[in-house]
Design a protein around this ligand. Structure first.
Ligand code: SDX
Length: 429
């Protein structure tokens, strides 16, 4: 049996070093012993954007990018999307096991009974301009929640962490809906504890003068499935932000505001909004060749395509597309679907995309559903943030309990000036 070690020969000195291999990795710190002079700092790894660096050990989500596999705590996403509810999956992601009936009942009770927010948050949202982007309002509102719950700083206490997790999972839909209502000048709608998690969100979004909002069951289930598909995705950009900011031992509200900010970016959760804008810009299937030409020159990106990990079809994209047809049966076919389907067909045969292994990702079809359900385009990233809340919190909770973790503080390759003396301003040219 070959040793699970790496033998490294430093050709600068002729010295050899044995470095242990564990779980397909070597520890970067083991390279520090490789030096030319004893006074050297030792070797580091250089990995901009962490393309080949494991930052943590996690048991929450498994992705096989080549095989197009996604599992939450070992359960295939396809089975969860078909058979589970979002709150059931949220419990699984946080606690590691599917809940029993009594566990799900208690979990649902606590989430349902934390949906209200302090009235002052309405005043804060009222202060935003009428056309403020909902993600900017949501990011700010979540950060300000930390000022209403100072006890959240006690991150070392498990029961306290769980209480903050209840609060965040429960209040994000309320605040998300409030941001939308603000942009429309509509009154805020309070949570209805008789409704499901997704049903209540639709209620807070779309209730008007009716005494009690009854969400369409097809749309309610479709949203629940979309929430399941967006719940976690291992160490993506926003989860990395959650873990990194959380590693300073700040409260989870402040850490999650950072995660929302990361998700807001057009390369990440903001992509679903950009896909709709791209499809509208293309205008019709006839506009596809011109747009593809601009992508090939680098002038444009094919939004909703490509992924750092999936070098095969994102398994979520197919499930989102299947869900779209169920929504369109209720709300009518979204005319942009024809452009999206043709764009996918063209891109999957164009060498530019095939050679770069660019396939539709979770954001490619989701916006079509959201638009058909009546959500404005700028709400799409918010619809990503709501379900990803449990993923961020489960990853944060895992990080807080991981004895190997401490404050995140990467090193750098310094490329600046060597030491130089101060120059008085009169002598500067
Ligand atoms: C999400 O990480 C996650 O798990 C994220 C996510 C989650 O659930 O948390 O899955 C959610 O963010 C999905 C991704 C949504 N973003 C988009 O759809 C935006 C468009 N996609 C790209 O920006 C890009 O594909 C990324 C950001 C998703 C991935 O970027 P990478 O891994 O850094 O890949 P890259 O930029 O190095 O691209 C490799 C090549 C480059 O070409 P060359 O320099 O080799 O010539 O592919 C090209 C890129 O220019 N390329 C694209 C492209 N994506 C990559 N070209 C055109 N259109 C694209 N969409």
């Amino acid at each position: 049996m070959a040793n699970d070690t790496l033998t490294i020969t430093d050709n600068r000195t002729g010295k050899s070093y044995e470095v242990p291999i564990n779980e397909g990795t070597i520890r970067a710190i083991d390279l520090r012993k490789i030096k030319v002079e004893d006074t050297d700092f030792g070797l580091m790894t250089y990995d901009p954007a962490f393309t080949n660096t494991a930052s943590c050990r996690s048991s929450i989500t498994f992705i096989d990018g080549d095989a197009g596999i996604l599992r939450y705590r070992g359960y295939p996403i396809e089975q969860l999307a078909e058979k589970a509810s979002y709150l059931e999956v949220a419990y699984l992601i946080l606690h590691g096991e599917l809940p029993t009936a009594s566990q799900l009942k208690e979990w649902s009770f606590w989430i349902t009974n934390h949906t209200m927010v302090h009235e002052n948050l309405k005043t804060q949202i009222d202060a935003f301009h009428h056309d403020a982007h909902p993600m900017g309002m949501l990011c700010s509102s979540i950060a300000s929640l930390s000022t209403f719950y100072p006890d959240a700083r006690n991150i070392g206490n498990e029961a306290n962490r769980l209480k903050q997790i209840y609060r965040l999972v429960a209040k994000v839909p309320t605040l998300a809906a409030f941001t939308y209502r603000h942009t429309k000048g509509y009154p805020y709608v309070y949570p209805d504890n008789d409704l499901s998690y997704s049903g209540n969100f639709l209620n807070m979004m779309f209730k008007m003068s009716e005494l009690k909002h009854s969400p369409d069951p097809v749309l309610e289930r479709a949203l629940d499935v979309l929430f399941i598909l967006h719940a976690d995705h291992e160490q993506n950009c926003s989860t990395n932000a959650m873990r990194s900011v959380g590693s300073s031992q700040v409260d989870p509200y402040s850490a999650m505001a950072a995660a929302i900010a990361a998700l807001y970016g057009p390369l990440h959760g903001g992509a679903n909004e950009q896909v709709l804008r791209m499809l509208a810009e293309i205008g019709s299937p006839a506009g596809i060749p011109d747009y593809i030409a601009k992508v090939k020159t680098g002038e444009k990106k094919l939004m909703g395509f490509g992924h750092r990990v999936y070098k095969n079809y994102d398994p979520r994209a197919k499930l989102v597309r299947d869900t779209a047809y169920q929504v369109f049966e209720v709300k009518g076919r979204n005319p942009l679907l024809d452009i999206a389907l043709e764009l996918e067909k063209v891109a999957l045969h164009e060498d530019y995309f095939v050679s770069r292994k660019l396939y539709p990702n979770v954001d490619f079809y989701s916006g079509l559903i959201y638009q058909s359900m009546g959500f404005p385009v700028d709400m799409f990233p918010v619809l990503f943030a709501i379900p990803r809340t449990i993923g961020w919190l489960a990853q944060w909770n895992e990080m807080v309990q991981d004895s190997e973790q401490k404050i995140a503080r990467p090193r750098q390759i310094y490329t600046g000036y060597d030491s130089r003396d101060y120059v008085a301003i009169e002598h500067r040219d």
